[in-house]
Design a protein around this ligand. Structure first.
Ligand SMILES: NC(=O)c1ccc[n+]([C@@H]2O[C@H](COP(=O)([O-])OP(=O)(O)OC[C@H]3O[C@@H](n4cnc5c(N)ncnc54)[C@H](O)[C@@H]3O)[C@@H](O)[C@H]2O)c1
Length: 364
């Protein structure tokens, strides 16, 4: 039997490029089409991802998935697509509601409607785990929804609207903080900032306390989970959390950074942090970090880089990203990376240093 044909929407992004690489590496598909508004040539791919994305079974089609015509063209093909994975969407923080409306809700509805019309066997939508905040009780998939980031508000609407798309055979995967090769998200920013504090010779001080839940998952486990659900019928219409078993917190992540950089990380505590204006605090922290970052880039001859230690105020909220992964585990899904480690964090930065987009003087 022919292996499945897979359409990866947002295939040049962090998770998308890892998914395409995983599918090629494991020889799981007969054809892959990447759809993205950013072409691979300017997507800052590392050498390994470049090689996988250049494989003859992989093709690229440029599209703006917010535009229904462009979206239709992204799906158009002589042979049917078996699986569609939507890794595309607006992921930047601090955007306006109309940007998220278009870049998340409209985009996902365009894609899911096309997938239903094309009668694909399975459509996977990537959602996020910031759907509620509880320190004590890890959020289950059917728990109450009170999204606490802008992205999550619009992802919650997507999750609801997918149910209204006739004939759509979909599964939703909710993700915590994803880390791994090509990551540019909040873990990498924490690593960058830790490197800056080592250089400054100062204690790194964080808002709130060590107990804030910042659950994690390795990007390869996300890719494995996508493939796991795509090949089953019993996940159709369901939502699954994909989370490692480390129960990561701000404190456990800081411990890995202390180990990596031999620095000290401390906390302002709840009382003091509650008095802080978060937008101002983010501005002040960014001002403090951007200058040494720019200096290190100049000194180490980094002329152009997609990386920045800039943090959004949302990252500083006193909210818990705390997910219960039992539902997926009960289906038989096994993690390859049950917990993050200093070495796994270092691997991300080593790749960037090799690509000459990360100053070696701030690297672990
Ligand atoms: N990375 C994480 O930690 C994380 C956590 C929770 C949820 N998610 C979700 O997983 C999905 C993938 O995340 P990511 O980290 O790979 O993000 P990313 O920003 O690295 O990748 C998104 C990709 O989508 C493309 N894209 C955006 N708008 C588009 C449009 N209008 N038309 C065509 N392409 C478009 C971008 O060019 C980019 O390549 C997103 O939906 C994100 O919200 C990610």
């Amino acid at each position: 039997m022919q292996k499945p044909r897979v359409l990866v929407l947002g295939g040049c992004g962090f998770i998308g490029r890892n998914l395409v690489s995983y599918l090629v590496k494991e020889n799981l598909t007969s054809a892959i089409r990447i759809v993205d508004k950013v072409p691979p040539q300017v997507a800052w791919l590392n050498k390994i991802h470049q090689d996988y994305l250049n494989n003859p079974i992989v093709e690229f089609r440029s599209a703006n998935l917010i535009n229904p015509e462009s979206c239709k063209n992204a799906f158009a093909s002589d042979a049917a697509w078996d699986f569609v994975v939507n890794c595309a969407g607006e992921t930047k923080g601090s955007q306006t509601d109309p940007i998220y409306y278009e870049g998340i809700l409209k985009l996902s509805l365009n894609c899911s409607k096309e997938a239903a019309q094309a009668k694909v066997k399975h459509y996977v939508e990537l959602s996020c785990g910031n759907m509620n905040s509880s320190e004590k009780v890890p959020l289950k998939e059917d728990g109450p929804t009170e999204p606490w980031t802008n992205v999550a508000k619009f992802k919650a609407m997507v999750e609801k609207e997918l149910r209204e798309v006739p004939d759509l055979r979909f599964t939703v995967l909710r993700l915590p903080i994803v880390y791994g090769s090509s990551d540019r998200g909040s873990i990498v920013q924490r690593i960058m900032v830790a490197g800056i504090y080592r250089k400054l010779g100062e204690t790194m001080k964080l808002l709130w306390n060590s107990g804030i839940k910042l659950n994690t998952v390795h990007v390869e486990d996300v890719c494995r989970a996508i493939w796991f659900v795509l090949n089953r019928d019993d996940t159709i219409g369901e939502i699954y959390n994909v989370v490692d078993t480390a129960n990561s917190t701000q404190g456990s992540i800081s411990e890995l950074l202390e180990e990596l950089f031999d620095i000290k990380i401390d906390y302002y505590g709840t009382v003091l942090s509650a008095m802080v204006d978060l937008a101002n605090a983010a501005d002040e922290a960014n001002d403090k970090h951007l200058d040494p970052w720019a200096k290190a880039c100049r000194q180490d001859d980094i002329q152009n880089t997609p990386l920045s230690p800039h943090m959004d105020a949302e990252v500083l909220l006193n909210k818990h990203l705390n997910l219960d992964g039992a539902k997926l585990k009960n289906l038989g899904f096994e993690l390859k990376f049950p917990n993050p480690s200093a070495q796994l964090f270092k691997n991300i930065i080593d790749e960037y240093v090799e690509m000459k987009v990360y100053p070696v003087s701030l690297a672990p």
